[in-house]
Design a binder for this molecule. Structure first.
Ligand SMILES: Nc1ncnc2c1ncn2[C@@H]1O[C@H](COP(=O)(O)OP(=O)(O)O)[C@@H](O)[C@H]1O
Ligand SMILES: [Mg+2]
Length: 259
């Protein structure tokens, strides 16, 4: 099962990604969590201490590995292989955080016509391997831009989940994400409402989302906020959030199975 989580900055993507990862790992599934947001903070949300989080090097910064596999170091240009072997990358570069394997993508400097560079090629090969060849559960914590996913790989994502708060701008971003997803060949986009406080919030979301299905909603939680301030994982700190999370996780599993 492969899930991509997207949405406006600050809506709760990383909180949801880390919670789903911990939940599915606790059920005994092998879970790979991918931090694909340049503003990376999934490691802490999964429960890593600052030292472990700092030790999670982004794939784009693994210069020696990229040079070994592609034939060219990042930023060097020149000739490089277009199909580097990345089959061992999850095992050798992943960091185990409370039973979840975390990998950080990192960022690629973009030239005018997209990236024709060894690190971009390495990342593409890794994404292809992760989404097409592996059978593990993969959760991609993304930004709104769907960076790192293109035609050919995006269609292997079983479900795109866009997180929204009950506010106009978050919903606007959800519609933008859906149209970006369509551009790369994906039609299955569903929404999860976060920081929902009452029936009016839900009513607003249902209306504003239009034909984007609202899969479920997560409550606004002081305990989740506190976990973030204390630098600990939000997983399991709030019973009400957790109960809603379990429902959403079950619906995602069902939808992904039908994909
Ligand atoms: N349901 C919630 N209730 C209260 N605070 C939340 C909730 N979900 C997320 N937050 C808080 O909102 C902030 C942004 O959440 P985060 O998951 O990092 O968003 P994103 O990854 O979309 O930028 C964090 O401080 C987080 O603790
Ligand atoms: Mg985030």
């Amino acid at each position: 099962m492969k899930i991509a989580i997207s949405g406006k900055g600050g809506v709760g993507k990383t909180t949801l990604s880390s919670s789903l990862a911990r939940l599915w790992a606790a059920e005994g599934r092998r879970v790979i969590a991918i931090d694909a947001d340049p503003d990376a903070n999934l490691a802490i949300a999964l429960g890593a201490d600052p030292a472990l989080a700092a030790a999670c090097t982004p794939l784009t910064q693994m210069d020696d590995l990229i040079e070994e596999r592609t034939g060219a170091a990042p930023g060097k240009g020149g000739m490089f292989r277009l199909n580097p072997d990345v089959s061992d990358v999850v095992d050798t570069c992943g960091t185990d955080i409370d039973g979840v394997t975390l990998l950080r993508m990192g960022t690629v400097e973009r030239g005018g016509s997209g990236c024709m560079c060894s690190e971009g090629t390495f990342l593409k090969a890794f994404m292809r391997h992760l989404l097409i060849e592996r059978t593990d559960v993969a959760i991609l914590d993304m930004e709104a831009g769907l960076e790192h996913l293109g035609r050919g790989t995006a269609e292997n994502v079983d479900l795109f989940v866009v997180v929204v708060e009950p506010g106009g701008r978050a919903v606007q971003t959800a519609h933008a994400v859906r149209s970006l997803a369509r551009d790369i060949g994906v039609s299955d986009v569903v929404a999860v409402g976060n920081r929902v406080r009452d029936a009016e919030d839900i009513e607003f979301l249902v209306g504003a989302l239009g034909d984007i299905e609202l899969l479920g909603t997560l409550p606004d939680s002081d305990n989740i906020r506190r976990a973030d301030r204390e630098g600990v994982s939000p997983y399991g700190v709030d019973d009400e959030y957790n109960e809603a999370l379990r429902d959403i996780a079950a619906r995602i599993v069902n939808m992904a199975a039908g994909a």
